[in-house]
Structure formats: structure tokens, C-alpha cells
Design a protein around this ligand. Structure first.
Ligand code: SF4
Length: 390
């Protein structure tokens, strides 16, 4: 366990300075032009923050002293605060990050060969209450700001010294699959994904930045106007009846409507051959039967997809169990025989509770949902079975 130094974490309510950490290049240009500075200043500052990890303006030695003094008055570089860094024996690294208001969100780095994938949170908790998801049980507090979202990338890259000149490139991929539904925090997610992909910031390829949604169709319908990142759909069921139970937003936007929207998004991308990733959490005796696999194969036959089977990770407030290895392999075989690229996600970071679906953090729950779940759980624990009298 290692503490990571955080940038200035002053309470934003006490300052009106603009936090430059969350501004993509176009907005940073507008910021500099608003007080008569040339646009190339925005590029310089962007590089200092995201490619060199600068935490204050005095480090920016190619900027005049007078401009640095001006920036100190009107702007700041404020990342969220890392309160703990947990390193798993398998190389997975989890960051517990305190955001304004005191809630804790989680960010997980998963190394695999040359690839380093960062799973980034977009909200404090989540309002959608998917029945298999630890975050859903936490209730919802608020959207993360763009600075708090890109701040997770900044923190992870900095923890690996990636933001030093010639530092190693450890964070190669980003998935918006942490806590929260990204499309319910549209503007901030779009700004931060743009920063991930901008050449003067992190320069991550659009094929290596993925937004995962459970199906907020109106937002997905407009996503293509703002980004060309990859898309993943949290599907988890092959029919509406089952998905209504697992992913309640399905009652509003059923599978057919969601897949149509996803197809439009992928068809609108400038490059062809891109596939939608279908995420399917494998839950014992719930959605893991051969007939589910056959239904899924039929459902997706005219959608360009690859399928990722995710063994369910049990957690305290859930009665679900992980599907057996046999059931998962059988499911995979059916899909592969139907012609789908189908992978099984390896569970990583279990010793630090970093596995998929376990991101829970500590949320100032505005919905009181977490209290209700805990009460229900405690009640179940105290039920005693009284043996009938002989
Ligand atoms: S699976 Fe995603 S959308 Fe559903 S409750 Fe969890 S974080 Fe929210």
C-alpha cells in the first residue's frame, strides 16, 4: 500500500479559479483567448499538465513569469485526492480517490502484456441499480466533474512516472466502466474522453478508449456528434424479460431499441471494421444456460460485435453466485460456433477487491438505497430457522 502525493486538493467552494485539469484543448484555447492570450499558450499548458504532470504554474518554465502570475490568480490545477493505493499480487493497482464532498470513488489499472487498461469512474455511485452490481447498491450522490474524471488518468499515469519526460507508457487503454453510467454524465465524460485522445494531452488512440453504457438511448443517439471512441454495451441478458430484472433501465429502453442505437453509432464512425463490445456477466442459474447463449447468438446476428463473458464476482449485498467454469465455457463454445469472437474476462485484483462489479467506494448516498439494502441484508442474516417440535 503506497500513498500517492496528490495535487492541490483545496475545496473548490472556496475558490472561483478555473480548474484547467478538466479542460480539453478547445476549451483551454477559449479560456486563454478570454483574457487576450494566444492560443498556443493553451497547447503549452495542456502539455505541461497532461504530458509532464505539472501541478502548479511555476513548473511551466516556457511561460513568462507575468503570465504564470496571472494564471495563479484566475486558474488552478486541482486533481482529486488519492487516499489509498492498493497493489495486487497480479499487478492490478486500485486507487481510492476522495472527491469534493467526501465520497470515495475507485479507479483500477489492469496490466496485461504490453497493454495497461485503466477502468475509470464517471459518477459517485450510480442511479441505475443493476441487480448484479456493487456500485448500484451504493446509491447515487453526484456526477464527477471532467477534472475528476481525467484526474483519474492523470493520477494513474503519474503513479507510474508516465508523466515524466521519456517515462514508460503504462496506461495504454481506458475503459469508462468504473462506477456510474457515463452517458448520464454526458458533457463531462465527453470532455474527459477528448482529453484522453488529444495528441497534446494523452494521445491515446480512439480504438483504445471505450465508453460502456447500460443503455441510455437518447444520449447514445447523440454521442457520435462528439466522439468516435469505442462502444461497449452492458447487455447481460439475451431477452427483455431477463434484462428487465438485471438492468432496470431496459424497461425504458428495451434491447431492440438499444441495439439499433448502438448500430447507428458504430455505422457513423469514420473507420469501418469496428465492433461493439457486448459485456455479459455470467451469473449462476440466472443467465448462463445454453438456451441463453443460443438466444444471444440469434439476437446479435446482424450487429457487428465481439462478446466478453465476465464471471460474476460475488459481493456481500447480493445473493447471486458466479456461473461455473463449465457453464461459462459451454456458453462461449455455443457463441463461437455461431461465429462470434467471444472472450472470457480473467478475474484480476481479487485480493484488493478490484474485480469487475466490485467497485463500491463510499458514497454519500442521496437515494438512501444503500441503507435499504443493508437493512434488508441484516434482516436476512438474523432470520433464525426454528426446528418444529417433535
Ligand atoms: S452496472 Fe453500471 S449502470 Fe448498472 S448499476 Fe452498476 S455502475 Fe450503474
Amino acid at each position: 500500500m503506497t500513498a500517492v502525493p496528490a495535487a492541490n486538493t483545496a475545496d473548490p467552494s472556496k475558490t472561483e479559479r478555473t480548474n484547467l485539469l478538466g479542460l480539453p484543448e478547445a476549451k483551454l484555447v477559449a479560456f486563454f483567448e478570454s483574457f487576450g492570450e494566444k492560443r498556443f499558450r493553451a497547447t503549452q499548458v495542456l502539455k505541461w499538465i497532461h504530458q509532464r504532470g505539472a501541478e502548479n504554474f511555476d513548473e511551466m518554465t516556457n511561460i513568462s513569469k507575468s503570465l504564470r502570475e496571472k494564471l495563479k490568480e484566475v486558474a488552478e490545477i486541482r486533481a482529486p485526492e488519492v487516499i489509498q493505493q492498493l497493489d495486487s499480487s497480479d499487478g492490478t493497482r486500485k486507487f481510492l480517490i476522495r472527491v469534493t464532498g467526501g465520497s470515495i470513488v475507485e479507479t483500477v489499472f489492469i496490466p496485461e502484456g504490453d497493454r495497461g487498461t485503466l477502468c475509470v469512474s464517471s459518477q459517485v455511485g450510480c442511479s441505475l441499480d443493476c441487480s448484479f452490481c456493487a456500485t448500484g447498491k451504493q446509491g447515487f450522490d453526484r456526477d464527477l466533474t471532467a477534472a475528476e474524471i481525467i484526474g483519474q488518468v492523470w493520477i494513474a499515469a503519474k503513479s507510474f512516472n508516465q508523466l515524466q519526460p521519456n517515462g514508460p507508457r503504462k496506461v495504454t487503454n481506458v475503459v469508462m466502466m468504473g462506477m456510474g453510467e457515463p452517458l448520464l454524465n454526458f458533457d463531462n465524460v465527453v470532455d474527459s474522453m477528448n482529453l484522453m485522445m488529444e495528441d497534446n494531452a494523452y494521445g491515446i488512440s480512439k480504438r483504445r478508449v471505450t465508453l460502456s453504457t447500460s443503455g441510455v438511448v437518447p444520449a447514445l443517439d447523440k454521442l457520435g456528434q462528439y466522439t468516435d471512441a469505442c462502444l461497449a454495451i452492458s447487455l447481460h441478458a439475451p431477452n427483455d424479460e431477463l434484462r428487465n430484472e438485471l438492468v432496470p433501465i431496459n424497461k425504458k429502453y428495451p434491447i431492440a431499441v438499444l441495439l439499433d442505437s448502438a448500430k447507428r453509432y458504430i455505422a457513423g464512425l469514420p473507420d469501418t471494421h469496428r465492433r461493439i463490445t457486448i459485456e455479459y456477466t455470467m451469473i449462476d442459474h440466472v443467465n448462463d444456460r445454453p438456451e441463453h447463449a443460443h438466444q444471444l447468438a440469434e439476437l446479435l446476428q446482424d450487429v457487428p460485435v465481439k462478446i466478453n463473458l465476465i464471471p460474476f464476482n460475488p459481493f456481500k449485498l447480493s445473493d447471486y453466485k458466479r456461473a461455473s467454469n463449465n457453464a461459462i465455457r459451454r456458453f462461449q463454445t455455443i457463441l463461437m460456433e455461431a461465429g462470434y469472437i467471444t472472450t472470457i474476462r480473467t478475474t484480476r485484483g481479487e485480493d484488493i477487491d478490484a474485480a469487475c462489479g466490485q467497485l463500491a467506494g463510499t458514497v454519500n448516498d442521496m437515494t438512501k438505497r444503500s441503507e435499504r439494502y443493508r437493512a434488508k441484508f441484516d434482516e436476512l442474516q438474523t432470520v433464525k430457522i426454528i426446528a418444529p417440535s417433535p
